[in-house]
Design a protein around this ligand. Sequence first.
Ligand code: PMP
Length: 422
Amino acid sequence: MSRAPAPVVGGRPVAPFDPHRVRAEFPILSRRVRRGRPLVYLDNAATTQKPLAVIEALDRHWRTSNANVHRGVHLLSQESTTAMEAARGHVARFLGAADPREVVFVRGTTEAVNLVAHAWGRANLRPGDEILLTTMEHHSNIVPWQLVAAQTGAVVRAAPILDDGSLDREGFRRLLSPRTRLVGVAHVSNALGTVNPVRELAQEAHAVGALVLVDGAQAVSHLRVDVRALGVDFYAFSGHKVFGPTGIGALWGRKALLDAMPPWQGGGDMIRTVSFSGSTWADVPARFEAGTPAIAEAIGLGAAVEWLGGLPADAVAAHEADLLEHGTRLLEGVPGLRLVGTAPGKVSVLSFVLEGVHPHDVGTLLDLEGVAVRTGHHCAQPVMDRFGLPATARASLALYNVREDLDALVAALHKVRETFPL
Ligand code: PMP
């Protein structure tokens, strides 16, 4: 079996990372699918698989400590609370946050953006204020702003993107003005793999007095994130895209901003006092965590980021860069295949169209060979419109992928080409 070359970063060899060893920690990756074929899982931008560290953390919690959190005096409730709050600390460290109280547990990126749009947006946006997004945003960083804009009279704008899928920096600057109250930007585009220059965008946004929300859904499993170094105001991500459970994610926000925001959902756990003459709110993060949280999932997320944090980040990044380069080279050899999204420095995502074959047919034929990719608009219809496409096929990588996965993808694509000759 061929191995990726030893990783070298900045001219220096880095701590070894063996993706074949890591694969053994993911039981699902040894599954056989379609007529006994080995699973080739290349749909990581949709969701990632789970390592034993996460599966066992969930199992352990349910077997030994399951109870509701925060209000109980009994042992199991105390254990559950301690484990969930420890997970909050793990997430804070994972993001480089100054204080675990800046981490709000939410269902995922979608809920995090809705939280900011409704809690911050409804309290702060006035008619004529502008929300500046980019054309490459996922629908979850577009639609919540449209809903709040309709309620407040604010206006949603979208910065253009260039032909290679990178952000049009000039276009962004042209749209930025003192009317801009918030800039919402994907750290990494799920449809194109583009990495946006978040730190620079945040500086430009702050210069006009706007806040910055980053959708980190596609970034956290590929880039080292440090919210303070990035200089942003809010950072959102989903647990299931970073080897953790579904139904859990986090919103990080600057403490002073979160402190000043009213709640957006009411219920148990988010109050200080309740009476029929009026209620008062708990401090953050509880203020934004109404109701029983996803306790086991939060603990699983903590386990996921701890597991990821234990891997040699530079070597993992070098491995992923090698995969992307290998995959790009092979895909370019498939007759009639066009890559969509070729921005310099992109990560993880290989979106493409195959001339003469609808992307859904490509996906179905690949599945027959055991190769799992996603086809469609990837919840990024403005990106599809920008490139004049109804859909693309998308292979997306994770650290447990190996060159052989890309070899299998491309072999299957050559078969599709034989079925549908040009
Ligand atoms: N933003 C991006 C860039 C994404 O890729 C996704 C998921 N495809 C989301 C937001 C939404 O994440 P979730 O469905 O987990 O809330």
